[in-house]
Design a binder for this molecule. Structure first.
Ligand code: AMP
Length: 356
């Protein structure tokens, strides 16, 4: 593929805040964005040139969308695999490729993939029945975490098993869905890396960052992570392996547990721009959103250099009401997603504090 010229149309599956910020970055590079989402009045559609509101299994709407865009990308990983396959069959170029999405949609496939790349994960076992859970607990021991294989996010779809007496309740809580049992990692910190890879092998990892969660949701990112240079380099090397193995085009993120001995244990990957990369909007040469658009349009990638240190704070639910106080801080940038209603646990915006 030649670099997509400005004026081309970038299709984005999904209409949330990530699609919104991708659309703004695409517009800055002279592209038009066409959002495809089942949601009316989505955050992304309100800044995009066009929107198709249709279900992800609407074959006619997908075929029409494929014929109206020059490349398709995604803003969330739970787009059904059949949707991306239908788009490819209709002649669309889809980045990242459907295989990368499929791996990231299944925690078991994802962990096997990490291990095949030589990347450490928590010990894990597939649990498809109550008997499987007993066998898995015998193998892995406690404490452990039972998670749904698919569609988990922000700590949803998981149950801790501190001792064997918790097994019954954990199994019941996940409602008989296909699950995975993971050994509990007593990590020192949670860190993540966001990296861009272009089709022609450009690779641009941002610095490893440190993440703090509250109620299972990312609350704060500190950039860069307070780790020594060896850990930074190690994380970038692991991200390179992942991007290469997937023949990936676009931005992706890997979340790791940093252990006391300095080793990194991969928890999961996101085949998309990531909340822990939002700080790049204000503290880097080009943001993760611009890098993603450059990568899927086969443009050269910008330097991932960090221009200053930063802290990103998510505005969850009613936190968004503090926008004016944040806006009054001279070195803070405010990013709001235009969501009409601030429900508890809903990501409404974020702010980036620049540290000079
Ligand atoms: P996840 O949905 O896999 O991102 O998990 C949500 C959060 O649960 C993580 O950010 C960790 O804080 C915690 N967690 C998940 N898996 C493990 C594990 N194997 N060991 C320890 N903590 C975990």
């Amino acid at each position: 593929m030649k670099p997509l010229p400005p004026g081309s149309v970038i299709g984005i599956l999904g209409g949330g805040q990530l699609g919104r910020m991708l659309a703004v970055s695409a517009a800055e590079l002279g592209f038009d964005v066409h959002i495809y989402t089942p949601e009316e009045d989505s955050p992304a559609s309100r800044v995009a040139a066009r929107t198709t509101v249709a279900a992800f299994d609407d074959a006619d709407a997908l075929a029409r969308f494929a014929s109206q865009v020059d490349v398709v990308t995604t803003e969330f990983e739970n787009v059904p695999a059949d949707t991306t396959r239908a788009l490819v069959n209709a002649g669309a170029i889809v980045h990242p490729n459907p295989e990368a999405l499929a791996i990231a949609q299944d925690r078991v496939a994802e962990k096997r993939f990490f291990n095949e790349c030589g990347i450490a994960t928590a010990p894990f076992a597939v649990v498809d029945s109550r008997a499987d859970l007993d066998a898995a607990l015998k193998q892995i021991g406690t404490p452990a975490i039972l998670k749904t294989r698919r569609l988990g996010y922000d700590g949803k779809g998981q149950a801790r098993i501190a001792t064997l007496t918790d097994a019954e309740a954990a199994y019941a809580a996940l409602g008989g869905e296909p699950t995975i049992l993971e050994g509990f990692c007593a990590f020192e910190r949670e860190v993540s890396i966001v990296a861009a890879r272009s089709i022609h092998n450009g690779f641009a990892p941002f610095d490893l960052v440190e993440n703090e969660h509250a109620n299972g949701i990312l609350a704060r990112t500190i950039a860069p992570a307070r780790v020594d240079a060896r850990v930074q380099e190690q994380a970038k090397g692991l991200a390179y392996l992942v991007g290469d193995a997937l023949d990936y085009a676009g931005v992706f993120a890997i979340e790791f547990f940093l252990m006391a001995d300095g080793s990194l244990i991969a928890n999961e990957m996101a085949p998309r721009v990531h909340n822990s990369g939002h700080w790049t909007q204000d503290a880097c040469v080009a943001s993760q959103f611009e890098q993603h658009i450059r990568a899927v349009a086969d443009w050269p990638l910008a330097s991932p250099a960090r221009l200053c240190d930063a802290e990103m704070i998510n505005l969850i639910g009613d936190d968004v009401n503090q926008w004016a106080a944040y806006a009054a801080e001279p070195n803070t940038r405010v990013h709001l997603y235009g969501k009409r209603e601030a429900r508890p646990g809903r990501k409404m915006g974020h702010v980036t504090r620049l540290k000079r």
